[in-house]
Design a protein. Structure first.
Length: 231
């Protein structure tokens, strides 16, 4: 009965999120692939685009480096480095410019002390430990008799930290894209049609964070339901 109930909660809570995640991942890959084939008329590379965003906001002392992989682009606030993947760093595609400017947007957030970004950075170590330890306590609590339900409660509290992280990530990611697109438009980095392509690329990428947040919230609700049924 317990196993059946466990599977039932997974189907109701998690299966829709899994489908949403797959759809969003396919969408971001296809959109990036589509606009990777569209070259911008000014022949600006991803690295140059990122630098343009930094200069437009007066941000200095941020390095831009190339890394291997596809869509592995990120900004590292610990070293103040924007790392752009092979498909972005030297590419002059509309997609590359959009992604590079987005990562530069994160660097601008860091330089300007954007509050949600500070909150996310503060939560990172707690969320990392919470995601690692939460399931250990939850599984132990599920195996042991009901009187050990406090293990499940502790696991849920730890898991909540990672949920909070995914929720705080949303405004950070949307704001980085907003900064990127606004700078692209204000500096005429791309033409009107090219701008639309960059916007679609970043919008599809943003939906993956929405899917991650939805998945985390639904998982938390599922765990709360399981814990309540065991009481």
């Amino acid at each position: 009965m317990g196993l059946y109930y466990y599977d039932w909660t997974y189907i109701i809570f998690m299966l829709p999120c899994l489908i949403l995640t797959i759809i969003c991942q396919v969408k971001v890959n296809t959109t990036f692939s589509k606009y990777s084939k569209v070259q911008n008329s000014r022949h600006i590379t991803g690295a140059q685009a990122a630098l343009n965003v930094l200069n437009a906001h007066g941000v200095r002392n941020v390095r831009i480096e190339q890394i291997s992989g596809n869509l592995t682009d990120h900004f590292d606030p610990r070293t103040n480095v924007i790392r752009l993947s092979n498909s972005v760093y030297g590419s002059t595609s509309v997609a590359a410019v959009g992604v590079a400017c987005h990562e530069a947007g994160h660097a601008v957030q860091h330089a300007e002390g954007y509050v949600p970004n500070k909150i996310r950075s503060f939560i990172v170590p707690v969320a990392n430990w919470g995601s690692r330890l939460s399931w250990i306590f939850i599984i132990i609590g599920m195996i042991l008799p009901v009187q050990y339900n406090f293990c499940i409660t502790l696991g849920i509290i730890l898991f909540s930290a990672s949920v909070l992280f995914t929720l705080v990530t949303l405004p950070v990611e949307f704001n980085a894209s907003s900064r990127a697109l606004r700078t692209i438009r204000e500096t005429n980095m791309l033409s009107a049609d090219e701008y639309v392509g960059a916007k679609k690329t970043l919008s599809s990428a943003a939906m993956t964070y929405v899917a991650a947040a939805a998945t985390a919230v639904m998982q938390l609700l599922r765990l709360l339901l399981i814990a309540n049924r065991r009481r």
